[in-house]
Design a protein around this ligand. Structure first.
Ligand code: SF4
Length: 436
């Protein structure tokens, strides 16, 4: 038995890709280990969205290079692989930076991994752009739990000026409905209670397929599957969300009432510089439409602090927008210049690190307050939760609209059980409830 140690950085799509790689490798006799010292194969699945994440990946490679060298008995047979977005972006140059690296595999080529490992060739770099998703399915080695990720599309055509994703994950490619349904059935047959659909822009689902299915059609098909389970999805592009999708969610018992809709900035000039295809007013309209149609819906977002050229006033527009929109939660990040992107070349407009740090702090404080306010709306309400864990004797779960709930009664529950609860009190990050 060969042992593989895998480290995953970045988004859910990367985590899903790691599960796919582990599935493939187990098919070829590898088992996963969490002990670096006994690994025969190291994989770092990287994220290129921020320089911090790239640095983290490089430091991991440095450690593994040392481990490989120190273990003289296994030095030749131990392999180190870099996968994911940094692999795609940097390609063969990584062999120069890390001479002990054996394989480089981009996110669009991970299905070639077993084949690459079998080849005698010492060093291989595979970062081809694909125009179709490889459907050769090995069993995916999913994490244990109640939720399973399911990718419905990959890549992005939007070319937001700060984002490296179109250069790493390529253009939009969707899987056909049949293969998604087959995978969903497989997930449900294994006892998972929640399917999380993944895509850089789920609302673009189907555009590159011959029959032109759309996201609402896919949701309707998944909704028809038998069983008591939930469907979630992420992420949505504000102006691509259709009335049909909203209507489908409104009428479904399985699709959860949550949207993750990255806004990125609350200022029109910055949105334009970011190459986002909407303005603040249009974003507000879509939020209003969703809230008018779907009861107790949660809307979360992403924001960047310190985009090149962002003035203090423009930054404060973002703070104002979070307040006005009453967003339930937002991910935040300081702007990080990325290679190949338009914004990455605006060097004369870069904002100083101190200013970015300060703005990020203000943003984070605002998000915390917004999250607490959002939780407070549910005090006294009855909600259904799906139990997904137990920590220090306290069962935890999530509501349909993704609120984290801690159960304060001392009853015995099962992981994967649906329970109706009454929210009694809340904190910034979670709600406390008793079953009813
Ligand atoms: S929509 Fe914009 S931010 Fe999102 S992945 Fe595509 S290019 Fe990147």
């Amino acid at each position: 038995m060969m042992k593989v140690f895998i480290d995953t950085l970045g988004c859910q799509m990367n985590k899903y890709d790691s599960e796919r790689m582990l599935g493939m490798l187990s098919h070829f006799g590898y088992i996963q280990t969490d002990n670096e010292n006994e690994a025969d194969l190291f994989i770092i699945n990287t994220c290129a969205i921020r320089q911090l994440s790239v640095n983290k990946a490089y430091s991991r490679l440095g450690n593994w290079g040392r481990i490989k060298k120190e273990n003289k008995l296994k030095e030749k047979s131990t392999k180190i692989i870099i996968a994911g977005c940094v692999a795609q972006l940097e390609g063969e140059a990584l062999f120069k930076k890390f001479p002990y690296l054996d394989l480089i595999v981009g996110p669009q080529n991970i299905y070639e991994l077993p084949h690459m490992l079998k080849m005698q060739q010492q060093k291989i770099c595979l970062t081809d752009e694909k125009n179709k998703i490889e459907e050769k399915q090995y069993d995916i080695k999913r994490e244990k739990g109640v939720s399973a990720w399911l990718s419905i599309m990959e890549g992005c055509n939007n070319f937001c000026s700060y984002c490296v994703v179109p250069y790493t994950r390529g253009r939009e490619r969707s899987r056909d409905i049949e293969s998604i349904i087959k995978e969903a059935k497989n997930i449900l047959s294994k006892g998972y209670k929640e399917i999380i659909l993944l895509g850089q822009n789920v609302d673009s689902y189907g555009k590159n397929l011959e029959e032109k299915p759309n996201f609402a059609m896919l949701l309707k098909e998944l909704d028809k599957l038998e069983g008591n389970f939930r469907i979630r999805f992420t992420s949505s592009y504000p102006t691509d969300i259709t009335d049909e999708v909203i209507e489908t969610i409104k009428n479904s018992k399985k699709i959860c009432e949550c949207f993750h809709i990255p806004m990125q900035s609350g200022n029109d000039r910055i949105l334009k510089a970011m190459n986002r295809r909407y303005n603040v007013e249009q974003y507000k309209e879509i939020v209003k439409k969703i809230r008018t149609n779907i009861k107790d819906v949660t809307i979360t977002s992403d924001f960047i602090a310190g985009f090149p050229g962002e003035t203090e006033e423009e930054f404060l527009d973002t703070i104002k927008a979070i307040d006005e929109l009453e967003l339930d939660y937002s991910n935040t990040a300081a702007y990080s210049p990325r290679p190949m992107t338009k914004a990455g070349k605006m060097t004369n407009l870069f904002i100083g690190e101190e200013t970015k740090k300060r703005r990020l702090q203000i943003l984070n404080d605002k998000v915390k307050i917004a999250h607490l306010k959002s939780n407070e709306k549910y005090i006294g309400k009855t909600m259904e939760i799906l139990i997904d864990g137990i920590k220090e004797g306290i069962y935890q779960g999530r509501t349909r609209n993704n609120k984290i709930v801690h159960l304060t009664d001392n009853k015995n529950y099962k992981i994967g059980q649906f329970v109706n609860v009454k929210i009694e009190r809340v904190s910034t990050w979670c709600c406390f409830a008793k079953s009813i």
